[in-house]
Each structure stands twice: as structure tokens, then as C-alpha cells.
Design a protein around this ligand. Structure first.
Ligand code: HEC
Length: 133
């Protein structure tokens, strides 16, 4: 009984997140769209074997995903934060691989990145956060 009561208190307090301002949520959505375009740019770079385009895409992608990591940290949704952390670290690795022109490695990292995008979307973290005004 005591354990149950403590568990309920723990869930209650950990779920009490600060509201995320609507402007921040909109900025996050814009970053998602930009991220998708960069992911497509890198995919296209692989198709045409353009090391330069892969490098440019990867360089722009990393800061977006680092911002997303900060966003999910502020939103305080634990599983989303884990996906976002993984995506930011995969982006850093992908950028390093693109920097040394290793398109084969970039291709592997891009697949890992995409699987992580899909996994996070499937969990619908946006339904589990406190959006303010
Ligand atoms: C940490 C979780 C998470 C990860 C990782 C993630 N997304 Fe998202 N994404 C979301 C959420 C949540 C939404 C829904 C928008 C919202 O928050 O209301 C979304 C929405 C989107 C949208 C639609 C945006 C719109 O409003 O039209 C696109 C496009 C998108 N994501 C692309 C990506 C791509 C590409 C990746 C991987 C590189 C990615 N996302 C990784 C959480 C994530």
C-alpha cells in the first residue's frame, strides 16, 4: 500500500512539467520540416555520390538535432529525450563521416537516423507534454 502511494506521488510529481510555450512548439515543428529536407539532401548526395553535398547537408543537420535535444529536455518527456539524444549523436557521427568523405558510412548512419525518427514519431510524445501559451 505504502509503495503504491509512493508510486502515485512519484508519477504525479514527475508528470508535472512546465508548460512549453506555443512559439517553441512551432519552432520545433519548423525544425522537423527543415530536418526532413536535409535528410533528403543527404540521401540525394548519396545517390549522385556528391561528397560536397553530403558534407553541406550533414553540417546543417547537426545543429538542428542538437536544438531538438534541448527542446525535449525542456519538454521533459523522458523517452523522447532519449530518441533526441540518440539522433543528435548520430548526426555528429554522420557529419564526421561526411567530413572525411566516407559515403558508405554516411549511408549506414542515415539509415540509423531515419529509424530513430520513425521510432520517436510512433511514440507520439507531443500528446504527452504540457503545452502552454
Ligand atoms: C524526439 C522525438 C522525435 C524525433 C527523434 C524526430 N521527430 Fe519529427 N516529430 C516529432 C513530433 C513529436 C512531431 C509532431 C509535431 C509536434 O510536436 O506537434 C514531429 C513531426 C515531424 C514532421 C512534421 C512537421 C509538421 O508539423 O509538419 C516532420 C517532417 C518530421 N517530424 C521529421 C523528422 C525527421 C526527418 C526526423 C529524423 C531526422 C525526426 N522528425 C525525428 C518528434 C520527433
Amino acid at each position: 500500500m505504502i509503495a503504491l502511494a509512493l508510486a502515485i506521488i512519484w508519477i504525479g510529481t514527475s508528470a508535472a512539467t512546465m508548460p512549453m510555450p506555443v512559439a517553441e512548439v512551432q519552432a520545433h515543428r519548423s525544425r522537423m520540416i527543415a530536418t526532413q529536407l536535409l535528410e533528403q539532401k543527404i540521401e540525394n548526395a548519396l545517390a549522385i555520390k556528391s561528397r560536397r553535398q553530403a558534407r553541406e547537408g550533414a553540417k546543417a543537420l547537426t545543429p538542428m538535432l542538437v536544438e531538438e535535444e534541448k527542446y525535449w529536455d525542456r519538454a521533459n518527456v523522458a523517452d523522447a529525450l532519449q530518441f533526441a539524444q540518440r539522433n543528435a549523436s548520430t548526426a555528429r557521427r554522420l557529419e564526421a563521416e561526411a567530413g572525411r568523405g566516407d559515403l558508405k558510412a554516411v549511408s549506414v548512419s542515415l539509415d540509423a537516423l531515419r529509424a530513430n525518427c520513425v521510432a520517436c514519431h510512433g511514440r507520439h510524445p507531443e500528446t504527452r507534454m504540457n503545452v502552454g501559451r
